[in-house]
Design a protein. Structure first.
Lengths: 681, 399
């Protein structure tokens, strides 16, 4: 954006025309530098204008000036007050330190920094920033009418609520922050832990003092590696960061699985579900920190109950330790990426108390990504081509307590190339995966060959404003986005073993997908078609199936207010072994209409029909939900906000199968009052 | 034929005896399918078994065939583990002791220590057996066709499902009209078609009996690496109260109830206007490569004084591995978006509210690195500083 093109520039241009009489260029050694003016009141407020006095600006330079606040180019909203550039924040600035920068972009592409300032918005004399805010909601609900709801029926009068509190305080050399979610429900079964009426959701307290930090509560764990899956866990961590981002170190003690509630606030109370560990990152090349990163991770812990509300399945009991070392390098202006990782583990598959001894495992990965072309243009459009190779080996007994979903017993080679030009993206993948990595003579070796082709076409459009000043119009086909993909997989026995005495193919799967999406100014629609086939041979007695799925979605907005969403899908799964097809169709309609800024309504309808062609199952389910909400007032500090709602739902289940369960229907109608508070300090 | 008093007594005793002890030929028998199935060594897996259990004669007009638990053993009978899941089938209206057959499908989660213990005992196959009873008789049915193989040998099945929100939390309290997504991390064996539905129970039913409505179907061929991630569509946050979200799997059979996520919607965020408008962005398309002439085009929002374009560094530019070989075009990972949003924007620009298109300013472009990947969004800000509109996050790349 050029300075003189914005409406503000007209103002600027007038002012600058007088300034340019100085006729001197920026950058001359003897020129006084631009000056950030102090606020008239002596203390800067969050919405106070920011003024920079320019001295001796040549007109030719003005169009290339840009003002940045916290890395956001705010030039479009700058006004000129004499020889002073003024920017009034469009939203109140946060307390803390802010960066202001005045730069000049010359026509030849050079950037001259004319001035850079940092200023502080201070909450009070003691703290640079100190704030505490909450969002508290209490809902009282009365079930006014009902029919057919199953026993035990919930109480007719219900109450539930939630609150989110956030706070932070900072000074020059330290800062603290905290977040706490609290939930309540008069129905214990509807609490996340299915007990009690009041509980803690997630929480975190963090403090750091320059290079050192401390966290307690639900916090992110990373970075991703063979031994650690980036995730959020409850626990305690301490960290240290080297100056200028040259490295970091974090030590932690966490619950092994995701948890909620106030029963184990620190996450480490249950010693059989705790993992302890540390990660260290070093970026040893000064001046080019991205050139090489070395990351080490060590974890030690176990789990005896991985399931919960949000997790099912997985490894069950187990206990062990694992470590990993990663070297990651990006060079040649990010055109070449090299990454390697080695890891090993010792894992007891039935926990410390079980009879099994720990098993050792090892793993490594290597990844190379290269962009052969640099600044390649075809018809004035960038052409990007990438090549990638990955090799990964994870031994049969490799297992880490902090990678609960991690795979093992896999040796994989993967090649990928991608070409992108003018919105067309072509991606080709090929890979081979083998198992029995530990060469156990008692079991066979399966080889799986995969190949995928992915095509997407999402052209950039050249929109021009209409003559009447209206926003740019879309062509009749809208903004299109097309995609198609194919995935083929063949599995075969490469080497016999155990009860498997011969080699040969055992399984094949394919997936073909075609999709199209079209977007217009007030509406959009998309359609996706998926075909899959799956067949097992010889010892893999998977039924031979063919599936076809069609999904259609449309979104519309009428009269600036009424939002309409339409969904439809159809699925057919043919079992060629039994000659029985499984069919499903569904349709949905979502409406949202605000009668005013404060009164809104929604209507949702969904119908599903699932049936087998042998007549043994045939079910039609339709569900309708409607609501009207009146936001009487929003919360202002400790003054409560009030919202009144009425809503209801109706579900009808019909079973058309001759020997099926009888159908059912139910409805519930509620009235609700919501009180909310938004206290803030 | 005449029957004397003595014979009558004998007949009565015989009849009573038959009620106490079944005839010698009476039995609970059956079989289990499939005949062969494999589980991977040292990994969790699921196997789906169909038990066909016949009792003859039926012990009563109404009865239940049931099994309280299943046992894994080696072929030599050494115990490996127990599955404490009751499976049963009830019958009624059975006349004259006619034989009755129950067909019961069971999906069994096999924990890794089962196969590890078996291999330690040099067993390359294992048995899974259940004892069935009809209330008076018992019968043992054993599946002998479970072999142990490598990771590639397993049949298609979901071994793990973990739900979380896009910030990794498993419970959220969010302001009204917030952007919120869930992510399902799946572990699976084998290959095949995954199908399921993202479903939601909103406050209109969670105050009573939760009723789940379909948000979006999920159909995806899975094969290869054994891990998959499915992001939900935008979760609704337009009603205050409690929501429950889940991904219900319809195929393959899982043998478990779907995990759920709870979230609570409260007061609108401070600074949000009463009427908040989702913005429509026309250009550039998601994941486009940018050049200096690329136009950013959007639909106007009533009441917007200024539009703010924010650009965030994509934290995944150094991901640990190549994309999955799954074969479908990838959408933006909402967890990456959430991670990017945890830091301030690294670039951006303001555009006057009278405009609906722009190119990136030179100072904004100067902050973007070659080969970089970035997320961006646009917000509409009113004269009083309220956010009156916002678009979903998109991604662009620099060649």
């Amino acid at each position: 954006m050029q300075f003189r093109r914005s409406p503000v520039l007209v103002i600027a241009g007038i002012s600058l025309s007088c300034l340019c009489t100085f006729g001197m260029a920026w950058g001359q050694q003897d020129q006084p530098a631009p000056e950030l003016l102090q606020p008239a009141a002596g203390k800067r407020g969050p919405s106070d204008p920011i003024r920079v006095r320019l001295i001796n600006i040549p007109e030719s330079s003005l169009q290339y000036l840009a003002l940045e606040l916290d890395d956001i180019d705010v030039t479009a909203m700058v006004t000129m007050e004499g020889n002073t550039v003024a920017y009034t924040p469009t939203q109140p600035l946060a307390y803390g330190e802010h960066q202001l920068r005045l730069v000049e972009h010359s026509p030849d592409g050079n950037i001259d920094e004319l001035g850079e300032w940092s200023f502080e918005l201070r909450k009070n004399a003691l703290f640079r920033d100190a704030q505490l805010n909450g969002n508290v909601t209490v809902n009282g609900t009365l079930r006014a009418a009902d029919h057919g709801i199953p026993d035990p029926k919930p109480a007719r009068d219900q109450a539930d609520g939630s609150a989110q509190f956030n706070g932070q305080a900072q000074s020059e050399d330290w800062q603290m922050s905290g977040a706490l979610a609290v939930i309540a429900n008069s129905q214990s079964p509807m609490m996340p832990r299915q007990k009690g009426h009041f509980d803690i959701g997630q929480f975190m307290i963090a403090a750091d003092s320059g290079l050192y930090g401390f966290k307690m509560g639900d916090q992110p764990l990373g970075p991703d590696s063979l031994v650690l899956q980036a995730s959020t866990r409850r626990g305690i961590s301490v960290s240290a960061t080297a100056p200028a981002g040259k490295g970091s170190f974090t030590a932690f003690s966490m619950h092994t699985n995701p948890i909620t509630g106030g029963a184990n606030m620190l996450g480490v109370a249950d010693s059989s579900n705790v993992v302890n560990g540390a990660t260290a990152t070093i970026k040893p090349i000064p001046g080019n920190l991205d050139a090489l990163a070395v990351i080490g991770t060590y974890v030690d812990g176990g789990s005896n109950n991985p399931s919960g509300n949000s997790v099912v399945g997985g490894f069950g009991n187990g206990d062990g330790h694992a470590d990993s070392l990663i070297m990651d390098s990006a060079t040649l202006q990010n055109r070449l990426r090299l990454r390697g990782e080695v890891a090993k583990s010792s894992y007891d598959f039935d926990g410390r108390a079980g009879p099994l001894e720990p098993y050792s495992g090892h793993a490594y990965t290597g990844l190379v990504t290269y962009l052969p072309l640099q600044n390649a243009m075809v018809s004035n459009t960038p052409l990007v081509w990438s090549l990638s190779l990955e090799k990964k080996l994870i031994s049969t007994y490799f297992r880490s307590p902090t990678n609960p979903g991690g795979v093992s017993d896999s040796e994989m080679s993967h090649a990928l190339t991608e070409v992108n030009w003018n919105g067309l993206d072509v991606q080709l993948n090929a890979g081979k995966q083998s198992d029995n990595v530990d060469s156990n003579p008692l079991i066979p070796v399966y080889g799986t060959r995969l190949r995928t082709v992915v095509l997407t076409y999402s052209p950039q459009m050249n929109y021009m404003p209409q003559a009447n000043g209206q926003p740019p119009a879309t062509p009749w086909y809208g903004q299109p986005s097309l995609n198609a993909s194919f995935m083929g997989l063949n599995k075969e026995i490469d080497q016999p073993g155990g009860s498997v005495v011969s080699t040969g193919p055992t399984h094949s799967t394919y997936t073909r997908v075609a999709g199209a999406a079209f977007m217009y100014t007030t509406w959009s629609w998309n359609i996706n078609q998926t075909w899959t086939g799956d067949e097992g041979y010889t010892i893999d007695a998977t039924p031979h199936t063919r599936n076809s799925t069609t999904m259609l979605h449309g979104s519309f907005r009428f009269l600036q207010k009424l939002s309409v969403g339409v969904d439809a899908s159809r699925q057919n799964s043919a079992n060629l072994g039994t000659a029985i097809d499984t069919n499903g169709t569904s349709g949905g309609l979502n409406l949202a209409y605000p009668f005013s800024d404060r009164i809104t309504s929604t209507l949702m309808y969904n119908a599903k029909h699932d049936w087998l062609t042998d007549g043994s199952s045939d079910t039609v389910t339709s569900t309708t939900m409607a609501s009207v909400s009146w936001m009487v007032d929003t919360a202002h500090g400790i003054e409560p906000g009030v919202t009144l709602m009425t809503y209801g739902n109706y579900q009808d289940v019909r079973n058309n199968a001759p020997n099926g369960q009888p159908g059912s229907n139910l409805y519930q109608v509620f009235v609700k009052m919501t009180l909310s508070w938004a206290p803030a300090y | 034929m005449k029957i004397g008093i003595k014979q009558m007594w004998w007949l009565l005793l015989a009849a009573l005896g038959s009620m106490i002890a079944p005839p010698a030929w009476a039995a609970v028998t059956g079989s289990v399918q499939p005949a062969t199935v494999a589980i991977p060594l040292a990994q969790p897996s699921t196997i789906t078994l169909v038990w066909t259990v016949t009792t003859s004669p039926s012990p009563a007009p109404s009865f239940t065939i049931s099994s309280s638990s299943g046992q894994f053993t080696t072929p030599l009978g050494q115990p490996l583990g127990t599955v404490n899941t009751v499976i049963s089938r009830s019958f009624s209206g059975i006349v004259g002791g006619a034989p009755a057959t129950a067909v019961i499908t069971e999906t069994v989660a096999v924990s890794p220590e089962i196969s590890v213990q078996a291999m330690k005992l040099n067993a390359t196959s294992i048995y899974y057996q259940r004892t069935f009873t009809d209330g008076s008789l018992i019968g043992l049915i054993t599946d002998t066709g479970i072999s142990i193989g490598g990771s590639g040998s397993a049949q298609f099945g979901i071994t793990r499902m973990a739900l979380e929100f896009d910030d990794g939390a498993i419970v959220r309290v969010v302001p009204k009209d917030s952007h919120l997504n869930a992510v399902a991390n799946l572990g699976y064996n084998g290959s095949g078609l995954f199908s399921g539905y993202w479903e939601i129970a909103n406050p209109a039913s969670t105050s009573g009996t939760p009723i789940f409505m379909q948000l979006q179907p999920v159909f995806q061929g899975l094969g290869g690496i054994g891990q998959a991630k499915f992001a939900s569509p935008d979760l609704p946050t337009n009603l205050q109260g409690m929501y429950i979200a889940r991904l219900r799997v319809t195929d393959p059979p899982t043998g478990f109830d779907p995990p759920v996520l709870y979230y609570y919607v409260g007061e609108p965020k401070a600074g949000s206007a009463f009427s908040f408008m989702p913005m429509i962005v026309m250009n550039p398309p998601n994941q486009a490569y940018l050049d200096s002439a690329t136009q950013f085009v959007w639909q106007p929002v009533t009441g917007a004084r200024v539009y703010k374009i924010e650009i965030y560094a994509n934290p995944d530019t150094r991901s640990s591995s190549l994309p999955d070989l799954g074969g479908s075009p990838s959408d933006i990972d909402p967890q990456l978006v959430r991670s990017a949003l945890s830091r301030p924007p690294m670039a951006g620009m303001l555009v006057a509210g009278s405009q609906t298109r722009t190119t990136l300013s030179p100072s904004t472009r100067a902050k973007l690195q070659k080969g970089g990947s970035y997320f961006w969004r646009i917000q509409a800000i009113s004269r009083d500083g309220s956010t009156v509109g916002a678009a979903q996050m998109r991604e662009f790349r620099i060649p």
